[in-house]
Ligand binder design. Structure first.
Ligand SMILES: [Zn+2]
Length: 485
């Protein structure tokens, strides 16, 4: 039985899909005007892991993740770069897809683009006008009248009276109420526009998701999710539009991922302190970012810091280290020509614990704890298997191989351990090279050479070599470089 936390009720609820064994999932996608950052990675990695687990649990998941390809920021950026919005958005759609694939985020079932749904948006706006939920302001823009929708504010649990005076709400004389939001903006000469019954213009941001969700998944969705800052106003507004237009519950379960904080401030592009996914991948393995994202529960905020990345890096190394130990033990078994039965069967004890954790509102930290229990047992078996392994009971090999199989299977369900240990460690060598540490070791080696302690100097050289660093002694001193594989 799967339980999910619903932002609307603020409770963990038993998940009951509309159709048995099927899940309709809509996650608000990226506004494509720049490279995706760590905050995006966290949101889409969180939903990636949920989708993997839902599918593993036998649900047929229809996962819609839209692309916002028209918006104020896009128009502004295209003008700054003196290119069309099509050229700009195409560039960043491709970059986003590249980045997400590099992170091993599975493609959504369908990735609709907002500008392909203008007629559907116009239909919904017309319905809202007909039903009296929308009105045209003096400036010609169409607004949603939030006072007509009695549940406005319920999703984000906001005190709207306090909100009205808030600085984030744009005050506009054409609105009846400061909280009213725009559904359709009258065309401006320098902006793209489409024909509508109320004249040329372009849609407001929120209406696009109501239109795409309705078209692709129907009036009621099982799950609607997104980043933390979408609760208000975006999801509140989507809900108001869809429920008023269709007269049906829009979403059964609302799910929101926690913030990525940097120096305790939320990370978003507007703060200008972001780090892109592609910058990250120059330094670290993709699975380190995945581990960073899912090492905490998806609803908790996480601090993006060097300390946390180092922890994530070490953790992933430890997971792969255990897989490497299993491979070593396989080789040892071969060396003594022992016929090991390759037990590619699930160890139910671990798998059940893993499933119980994930079924509890996708508790990835608990699920990861199961992986580390496996790592500990494998490491102990490996340590017990010394050079005199002939004397070691055959069960040790078999048990390690079996646990290695379970570790990889459960890791894969989280999108971890997708590489071979060889590939991972080789990749690691080229990245995250700690040059300060290398310089220090070279210094220590030079000291050893001065006092003719060749054993020590050779030891340091070998150590560096094992880490993929080769040394060259020149008259100008010792140079180092990374060995190309
Ligand atoms: Zn949306």
């Amino acid at each position: 039985m799967l339980k999910v936390y619903n932002t609307l009720s603020k409770l963990k609820e038993t998940f009951k899909p509309i159709k048995p064994k099927a899940v309709s999932l809509y996650v608000c996608g990226v506004t494509v005007y720049d490279y995706c950052h760590i905050g995006h990675a966290r949101v889409y990695l969180a939903f990636d892991v949920m989708v993997r687990f839902l599918r593993f649990s036998g649900f047929e998941v229809t996962y819609i993740r839209n692309i916002t390809d028209i918006d104020d920021k896009i128009i502004k950026r295209a003008q700054e770069r003196n290119i069309s919005i099509q050229v700009l958005t195409e560039e960043f759609i491709q970059a986003m897809q590249q980045d997400f694939r590099a992170l091993n985020i599975a493609d959504p079932t369908f990735e609709p683009r907002a500008t392909d749904y203008i007629p559907q948006m116009i239909d919904i706006i017309q319905k809202l006008l007909d039903k009296g939920y929308a009105y045209q302001g003096d400036n010609g823009d169409i607004y949603y009248d939030v006072q007509r929708y009695k549940n406005y504010g319920c999703l984000s649990h906001r005190n709207l009276a306090a909100q009205e005076a808030g600085a984030r709400i744009e005050v506009n004389e054409s609105k009846r109420n400061p909280l009213d939001f725009v559904l359709w903006k009258v065309a401006k000469p320098e902006e793209p526009s489409w024909a509508a019954p109320w004249g040329y213009g372009r849609p407001g941001w929120h209406i696009e998701c109501s239109a795409m969700a309705l078209q692709e998944l129907g009036e009621t969705l099982d799950i609607h999710g997104g980043g933390p800052d979408l609760k208000f106003p975006h999801h509140e507004n989507e809900r108001a539009q869809s429920e008023a237009a269709n007269g049906k519950t829009f979403v059964n379960y609302w799910m929101h991922v926690g913030y990525v904080q940097q120096d305790k401030e939320k990370m978003s592009k507007s703060l200008g302190n972001f780090l892109t996914i592609r910058d990250f991948l120059k330094e670290y393995d993709a699975e380190v970012l995945r581990y960073f994202a899912i090492g905490s529960h998806y609803r908790s905020p996480v601090d993006y810091s060097l300390e946390h990345l180092t922890i994530a890096n070490k953790a992933v190394e430890r997971l792969y280290g255990a897989l490497r130990s299993v491979e070593e033990m396989k080789e040892m078994a071969k060396a003594v020509k022992t016929q090991t039965k390759v037990l590619q069967i699930a160890d139910l004890q671990f798998e059940e614990r893993f499933k119980t954790a994930m079924a509890d509102d996708f508790n990835t930290p608990e699920a990861i704890a199961v992986l580390f229990d496996l790592v500990r047992i494998i490491n102990t078996l490996r340590e017990d298997t010394s050079l005199e392994f002939q004397s070691i009971s055959i069960e040790n090999f078999e048990r390690a191989i079996q646990l290695g199989f379970v570790l990889k299977k459960l890791g894969n369900l989280l999108g971890l351990l997708e590489k071979s240990p060889q590939e991972f460690f080789q990749n690691l060598r080229g990245k995250a090279i700690d040059s300060q540490k290398i310089e220090k070791l070279i210094e220590a080696r030079n000291e050893a050479r001065k006092i003719k302690d060749w054993a020590k100097s050779d030891k340091i050289r070998d150590e560096l070599l094992a880490a993929g660093i080769s040394l060259e002694d020149t008259t100008a001193g010792t140079r180092w470089h990374i060995i190309d594989n």
